[in-house]
Every structure is written in structure tokens, then in C-alpha cells.
Design a protein around this ligand. Structure first.
Ligand code: SF4
Length: 230
């Protein structure tokens, strides 16, 4: 085979293979948290996560799923007629092609958000995407995975979310808030772990300490008690 033929042989199959992602579910619901709370939203849940937070409520997304081409995903998203799209997981950035999906959704004119663990590099995420990035408190069991350099890639429209399972987690969160000047970077959300911290207790701590953070309850848990696909 000539060098030219060899180039063609390797280029053609690659061009013919559509960009695909492993997807656990695509569903239409109400955004239950963060800045876009309350908006009708299409959720694209990517399969897989390299973390194992002890209070994780989406363990069903760790394995399985089906391969979907990006065009196919866009068509399904469009069929629901919503302006907001949330790419979530699992940890969506664990699949490299997630970056392409995010870009394509932005190009199509959607308000796009990304829910990410904070453990994987967010620097290449399309700047039009609103990142909702976790910082893992010690009670998650995954605090060592926080990639602190990610803080430098947050934009003012992004959000930092800390899920709090105990008073110790709350105190850790207060320390991080001060040490990394989190509230100067973007909105900071404190959210109680369902069944671990009384929501009212967390609200009262925030008030007592006059914190520059936004308290949030997960609306979808109140509405649907956390059923999959909701
Ligand atoms: S990062 Fe998210 S999906 Fe992964 S284990 Fe933690 S809570 Fe679950």
C-alpha cells in the first residue's frame, strides 16, 4: 500500500464513525437544584463515575447504559422542546466526548449546564456552559479527589456546590470558603445530605455565621422522592 493509500485507509473509517457517548438516560423534568432551579429541563445522564461518594444517589449510572451518537442525543433533546439542558452523571467528564456534546448543545442555542464532581479537569469545557462543580467534603469519603486547580477555571456564571452530611462537613466548608475565597469566584451552594443533616439545622448555621452562600434543597426529591428519571 502506498503512503497515500495508507493515509486514506486510516482516515476513512475514523470519519465514518459517529461520535458516541454511553448514556444511562435522557429525560425531561424540572431542574431540582442550582441556579436554573424550577426550569423545565432535559437531562442527559452519562454513564460512569470514577468516584464513590458514600451518599451518592445515582449509583445506577455507574454501569451499563447504551451508546448513542451525538446527533441522536441532540434529536432526542430537541423532541422535548425545553430551553434548558443539563448534562449530568455519574461524572460526565469521565467520557472525553462529553466536551463535544456540550459544545454542540451550546451551538444549538440551549441554556446548558454541566454537573461535575470537581475531581476531573474542567478547563476545556465550553465557556458558554454553566458548570455546577462539587467540592467534596470529608463526609463524602472522596475529599482527597478535589482537583483544586479547577477553581481557576470557574467563570462568574458557574456554581460551586458542597453537599454537607454533618457539622464537621459544615465546618470544613466554612474553612474552604475562607481559604479559597470561593464566594468571590462564583455562587456557592450548600446542600444538606438527605436524611443526614436536618435542612433547618443547616439553614440556621448559615444564618448564624452570616455566610455568603445559597442554601438549597433538592426540589426533585421533594417532588418525586428521588425516583430515577426524575
Ligand atoms: S461524583 Fe457524583 S455520581 Fe460520582 S459517586 Fe459522587 S455523587 Fe455519585
Amino acid at each position: 500500500m502506498s503512503g497515500h493509500d495508507a493515509q486514506q485507509a486510516s482516515a476513512t473509517p475514523a470519519a465514518a464513525v459517529p461520535e458516541r457517548l454511553r448514556i444511562t438516560e435522557i429525560f425531561h423534568s424540572i431542574q431540582g437544584e442550582a441556579d436554573a432551579i424550577g426550569w423545565r429541563t432535559v437531562f442527559v445522564r452519562l454513564t460512569g463515575c470514577p468516584l464513590r461518594c458514600v451518599w451518592c444517589d445515582t449509583e445506577y449510572s455507574f454501569h451499563g447504559g447504551d451508546w448513542h451518537g451525538i446527533d441522536e442525543i441532540l434529536a432526542e433533546v430537541a423532541s422535548h422542546g425545553a430551553r434548558h439542558v443539563c448534562v449530568t452523571g455519574g461524572e460526565p467528564l469521565a467520557q472525553k466526548r462529553c466536551l463535544i456534546l456540550l459544545q454542540r448543545l451550546c451551538d444549538a442555542g440551549y441554556e446548558v449546564s454541566l454537573e461535575t464532581s470537581g475531581a476531573l479537569d474542567v478547563s476545556a469545557v465550553d465557556p458558554r456552559v454553566r458548570k455546577v462543580m462539587d467540592l467534596k467534603a470529608p463526609g463524602s469519603g472522596e475529599s482527597a479527589r478535589n482537583l483544586w486547580s479547577n477553581l481557576d477555571h470557574l467563570l462568574p456564571h458557574d456554581q460551586i456546590k458542597i453537599v454537607i452530611a454533618s457539622r464537621e462537613d459544615y465546618e470544613w466548608s466554612c474553612a474552604m470558603l475562607a481559604e479559597h475565597r470561593l464566594a468571590d469566584r462564583c455562587m456557592v451552594l450548600f446542600s444538606p445530605v438527605w436524611g443526614k443533616v436536618e435542612p433547618r439545622e443547616l439553614a440556621e448555621w448559615i444564618i448564624a455565621d452570616r455566610l455568603p452562600v445559597r442554601f438549597q434543597l433538592q426540589l426533585h426529591k421533594l417532588l418525586w422522592n428521588d425516583a430515577a428519571g426524575r
